[in-house]
Write a new protein. Structure first.
Ligand code: HEM
Length: 411
């Protein structure tokens, strides 16, 4: 630990408090360490799969969904062509239009000038209503709707706010710089107008990890999030659980994925007043090390059959038990969620925030929906959370140079 940091901890009394709480100084340092984000790091827009699916999760998120006010398929093509071209520029850290326009408004809002691409990715999703809206086939796409793109069923614990749900189209923007991510959203909203009207949007930080190269970060409840995720390096698991393919998906979706998004509020005030033992039993993991209750290190195997004095060491309602492949016919999902903050909860005076839970999978019917049914029944985490927003999207495969997102579908 640096002298400056030691002096800072001593000055604030935190060093002493840490010792009193039994927290090693190394742990404090580890919690705050993050790999330095490289402003010039670039992730190409073109490829077999959309960037932003298995890309090691960047630090910041801007997520938005849009409703279409046009019923013209030609307008939809133009919109997706314009957004794709803009995504190419944005991923290179370039403006989406001329900046030096004299008497005319600039073609780009300009707040990313000098910031670099910061590993920005823009990923697009197509909502159920793009294919059929209240029985209407606005764009002649109803017969092309993939079978896995179902409406999410109601779950017993849902407390959904319709203004935080759905959308004809979704844009997921991730970057290592918050202003670079915001700039992308700002300009994509501008370029989408008037055909696409934003429906809901949310900024996120503090991602779930999905790469062996990443240290597992902590969520707002203080637990490491992403330990047992599908890792971007695990090609066999990606092929089996993430990429859309035959027989359930149509050819235009091969190499794409289905994205489920849930806005999950965490009752932070009540959680903060919960004993550490109770917190750890809720997840089935130790808070500081991230180890399962049956181990001592983060990546130790989760032993669901272990018991102490005849009682399961990982409780029956623990989140990692009910979400595990063992309890879900072997199914897994690729989680890529972010924390969010939304002001102060006037009822409790605590921070109002939670998780924008985002996951990718080959077929939500056997993956997210089956797992969430299980969790909604018995997950101990339900006492501390509420699902208030929900959406599902088909994310087409990646774009080849000269093409644009979903072009094969709209041909
Ligand atoms: C506020 C909401 C949630 C929080 C804070 C949360 C947090 C966590 C944490 C801390 C872990 C253990 C570490 C890890 O393996 O990443 C975990 C595991 C997991 N969670 Fe969640 N989670 C939430 C909601 C959900 C939802 C809605 C689902 C899916 C429907 C889900 C699916 C999973 C899965 C599949 C695992 C891995 C289980 C395993 O195989 O060990 N989580 N979650």
């Amino acid at each position: 630990m640096s002298t400056t940091r030691r002096a800072f901890l001593a000055g604030t009394g935190l060093g002493g408090a840490a010792a009193g709480l039994g927290i090693g100084v190394d742990l404090l340092t580890e919690q705050n360490s993050r790999s330095a984000a490289a402003p010039n790091a670039q992730i190409g827009f073109f490829g077999e799969h959309q960037a932003g699916t298995t890309t090691p999760t960047q630090e910041h998120l801007q997520f938005a969904t849009f409703d279409l006010v046009t019923e013209s398929r030609a307008d939809l093509r133009t919109l997706l062509r314009t957004w794709s071209a803009a995504a190419v520029s944005l991923s290179r850290g370039q403006p989406v239009g001329p900046l030096d326009t004299g008497p005319a408004p600039p073609g780009d809002t300009g707040e990313n000038v000098g910031l670099g691409p910061s590993s920005l990715t823009v990923s697009f999703g197509l909502g159920t209503t793009l294919f059929t809206q209240r029985g209407r086939d606005r764009f002649g796409l109803a017969s092309a709707r993939p079978a896995p793109l179902v409406e999410l069923p109601a779950f017993t614990t849902d407390a959904l706010d319709p203004t935080l749900c759905g959308g004809d189209l979704a844009i997921q923007i991730c970057a290592d710089d918050p202003q670079v991510a915001f700039h992308a959203l700002h300009n994509l909203i501008r370029l989408g107008s008037p055909a696409a009207v934003p429906r809901w949007a949310l900024a996120g930080f503090g991602r779930t990890s999905n790469s062996r190269d990443q240290t597992t970060p902590r969520n707002l409840m203080g637990f490491k999030d992403g330990t047992n995720n599908i890792m971007a390096e695990d090609r066999a698991a990606l092929d089996r659980f993430v990429w859309a393919r035959a027989p359930e998906s149509p050819p235009w979706m091969y190499g794409g994925s289905y994205m489920v998004v849930r806005r999950i509020e965490i009752m932070l005030g009540a959680w903060d007043a919960t004993s550490l033992t109770d917190q750890e039993q809720t997840f089935g993991r130790h808070k500081l090390s991230g180890a399962p209750l049956t181990g001592s290190r983060e990546h130790d195997p989760v032993k669901l059959n272990a018991s102490t004095n005849g009682i399961p060491t990982i409780p029956a309602g623990a989140h990692i038990r009910l979400a595990s492949p063992t309890y879900n016919d072997g199914h897994r999902i690729l989680r890529r969620g972010y924390s969010y903050l939304d002001g102060i909860d006037p009822a409790t005076g605590s921070a109002s925030g939670g998780v924008l839970f985002i996951c990718f999978q080959r077929d939500p019917r056997t993956q997210f929906i089956a797992i969430q049914r299980q969790l909604a029944q018995n997950d101990a985490l339900n006492r501390h959370t509420q699902h208030i927003g929900s959406a599902i999207f088909a994310c087409p495969p990646g774009v080849l140079q000269g093409s644009f997102i979903a072009e094969p579908l709209l041909a």
